[in-house]
Design a protein around this ligand. Structure first.
Ligand code: DAK
Length: 257
């Protein structure tokens, strides 16, 4: 049983994971990251899980890496840092991942948000990369993913000054997909997740992969991937079901085949 997470069993295809280290504003200790990576691995294997939501508390999604733990690591410890592989496993999750964010999403917390595919933010959310205040730089994608998400000037401002931005600014900059009232953040994420969970799983998976290609490759490679994925889906039973359901004016029943 994880001790830093609350995990709800999948309902309607959606698994809800709540970061739960209230005494440290959900700071991402090595143990918490290991538990999160393990939960996502389990969700990856579970055919009943079609989408995952990660959330935190009203005060903090996550206030970054655990600074006290960082204080204990020397150079050798950093070179052999187990957190690197935890982060890689989290970032490699292939099913839809939604972050429902209230309060602080700082440092590793903001980087965790950027590992998600969809970000629903409460209007009280704050996003920042304050590592520079500690004499370091982001270590889990905060320079690379942030620049791709919000562009160079704002990424530079956030990473070099350590200043956080609010939810409205994050929405305008493209860091989040939607802003809600803080008390509705998880509910809205659940709505979106359930909608995704009801779609054809193979199409959802390939859609995610194709969209990520747009970030990671040149246009020609991305278009080639899209064409191949599109063709592949033409051979699925779910495509036939989707089209038949449309013609018969009834909801589709997708089986992931
Ligand atoms: N680590 C440990 N404890 C933390 C924490 C953190 N990041 N953030 C907050 N806490 C603890 C506080 O120490 C305090 O504990 P007590 O004193 O009550 O025992 C408790 O949570 C409540 O926090 P505050 O009293 O500070 O609450 P406030 O409302 O006054 O302030 C705050 C909230 C979020 C503005 C403030 O707590 C704060 O500035 N927190 C630290 C933010 C920060 O610097 N985060 C770390 C950035 S560095 C890597 C990958 C990623 C990373 C590193 C390596 N690899 C793959 C190798 C990431 C690095 C980072 O994230």
């Amino acid at each position: 049983m994880p001790s830093n997470l609350l995990v709800q069993p999948p309902a309607d295809g959606v698994r809800l994971i709540t970061l739960h280290r209230p005494q440290a504003l959900n700071a991402l200790s090595t143990e918490l990251l290991a538990e999160l990576a393990t939960e996502l691995d389990a969700a990856e294997r579970d055919e009943h899980t079609r989408a995952v939501i990660i959330t935190g508390s009203r005060k903090a999604f996550a206030a970054g890496a655990d600074v006290n733990e960082m204080a204990e690591r020397d150079l050798v410890g950093i070179l052999n840092d187990p957190r690197v592989s935890h982060w890689q496993r989290i970032a490699a999750f292939s099913k839809p991942l939604i972050a429902a964010v209230n309060g602080y999403a700082l440092g590793g917390g903001c980087e965790l948000v950027m590992c998600a595919d969809i970000v629903i933010a409460g209007s009280d959310a704050r996003f920042g990369q304050p590592e520079i205040n500690l004499g370091i730089i982001p270590g889990a994608g905060g320079t690379q993913r942030l620049l791709r998400a919000v562009g160079k000037p704002l990424a530079m401002q956030m990473v070099l000054s350590g200043e956080a931005i609010d939810a409205r600014h994050a929405l305008q900059a493209g860091l989040v997909s939607e802003v809600t009232e803080p008390e509705l953040t998880v509910e809205r994420a659940l709505q979106v997740a359930r909608a995704i969970a009801a779609k054809a799983p193979l199409a959802v998976r390939l859609a995610k992969e194709a969209l990520l290609k747009a970030q990671d490759t040149d246009l020609a490679t991305g278009l080639r991937f899209e064409r191949h994925a599109f063709t592949l889906l033409a051979g699925t039973a779910d495509r036939n079901e989707g089209i038949r359901a449309f013609q018969e004016k009834r909801p589709a029943r997708f089986l992931g085949q």
